[in-house]
Design a protein around this ligand. Structure first.
Ligand code: NDP
Ligand code: GDP
Length: 340
């Protein structure tokens, strides 16, 4: 039974990748950073039905000693580094933390592997944000990078360090340049989930409007379930390499709104407004990826169309809000009242 270690296991991709690897018969370990909210941290793993099958192990991407200890204990055959400060907008507010976690964090884990287990195969979660102010209309592995945020710059450092460890030490280290990918498990701060959550609130009468920033930006949106398949395929090849993973279709935020509101029979014009407060200091206007290399070398193609992703996300948010409004959690005040 192969053993995998996933950092960022509590995130969107961590949940989908855990499920994929468990279904393939892997023993799956996940790096869990300590949190005072430990009781809710496994929500995504619970939602996808694998919380009791993965083994969570305490550590932090910024703490090399914890990573060395974990690699010594787990002895992984494959390591998927998904952990990051992953939200672009937050990276202007916390540029140094983003550099430490998103940029240097991957080097910490590669160092731990170099010291303890150099034969392990390593996947680095790189990002289309590295293309930033795009230099080619359609971005591929050969497109020059131009990051537009502290997040993009940190990811670019980690991308080059992954290549560097491969070339310098012969490690099996791959960088997957993944374009945006969404699902019902996407973090609520990202625009797609913010929209589908807003649609659900408005449909259920819990909100009247939805305030967004730039509606004209365009993204190449895939589904996380398809994209974790590409991560796994990269580590099954004879040779380590870097791959763009994308759908080759780009859609505006405005169009995403139209689709999500239309799913529940509403017209987005009546509910969505754009606020200058939510504009970014520098914008990535459009991303559109060419995943020909992944198709030719890995046999990978995206399966889930955006229409289905949008519908699934809206339905999941409707279900979440319905469950929340029907089952009232007791508040501390009501509990104290009951006890007195
Ligand atoms: P999420 O934001 O959902 O998950 C991020 C994960 O990183 C969480 O498990 C989080 O833990 C963990 N983490 C953050 N800081 C640390 C730390 N210091 N030590 C250990 N763990 C930490 O991201 P996604 O699942 O969406 O993305 C996975 C990876 O892929 C990320 O690296 C992201 O930047 C990258 N990526 C994502 C794309 C996308 O569209 N989703 C596109 C391209 C790249 P906690 O739960 O405790 O916060
Ligand atoms: P990113 O591509 O990793 O930055 O993913 P996001 O989902 O955070 O943002 C995608 C695009 O949506 C960016 O161009 C944002 O400027 C745009 N956007 C517009 N309104 C919002 C909003 O309210 N929240 C977020 N997160 N993004 C928004």
């Amino acid at each position: 039974m192969p053993t995998a270690l996933i950092t960022g296991i509590t995130g969107q991709d961590g949940a989908y990748l855990s499920k994929l690897l468990l279904d393939k018969g892997y023993e799956v370990y996940g790096l869990l950073r300590r949190s005072a909210s430990a009781d809710i941290i496994g929500e995504r793993l619970r939602w996808i039905g694998v919380l009791d099958q993965v083994k969570l192990i305490d550590g932090n991407l910024t703490d090399l000693s914890s990573l060395i200890r974990i690699v010594q204990t787990v002895k992984p055959d494959e390591v998927y580094n998904l952990a990051a400060q992953s939200f672009v907008a937050a990276s202007w507010q916390q540029p140094l933390l983003t550099a430490q976690v998103t940029g240097v964090g991957p080097v910490n884990i590669m160092e731990a592997l170099r010291i303890v287990r150099p034969e392990a195969r390593f996947y680095q979660a790189s990002s289309s944000e590295m293309f930033g102010k795009i230099q080619d209309k359609i971005q591929s592995e050969t497109t020059p990078f131009y990051p537009r945020s502290p997040y993009g710059a940190a990811k670019l450092y980690a991308h080059w360090m992954t290549i560097n460890y491969r070339e310098s030490f012969g490690m099996f280290a791959c960088s997957g340049i993944l374009f945006n990918h969404e699902s019902p498990l996407r973090g609520i701060e990202f625009v797609t989930r913010k929209i589908t959550d807003g649609v659900a609130r408005i449909k259920l009468g819990l909100a009247r409007e939805l305030t967004l920033g730039n509606l004209e930006a365009k993204r190449d949106w895939g589904h996380a379930r398809d994209y974790v398949q590409a991560m796994w395929l990269m580590l099954q090849q004879d040779k380590a390499d870097d791959y763009v993973v994308a759908t080759n279709r780009t859609t505006s935020i405005r169009e995403f709104c139209r689709m999500a509101f239309a799913h529940v029979g509403l017209d987005y014009h009546e509910f969505v407004r754009s606020s200058a407060d939510l504009m970014r200091p520098a914008e990535v206007d459009v991303l559109l990826g060419d995943a020909s290399k992944a198709r030719e070398h890995l046999g990978w193609t995206p399966k889930i169309p955006l229409e289905q992703t949008v519908g699934d996300m809206v339905e999941a948010d409707l279900a979440r809000h319905r469950a929340r409004t029907s089952v009232q959690m007791p508040t501390e005040a009501s509990l104290l009242h009951e006890l007195s």
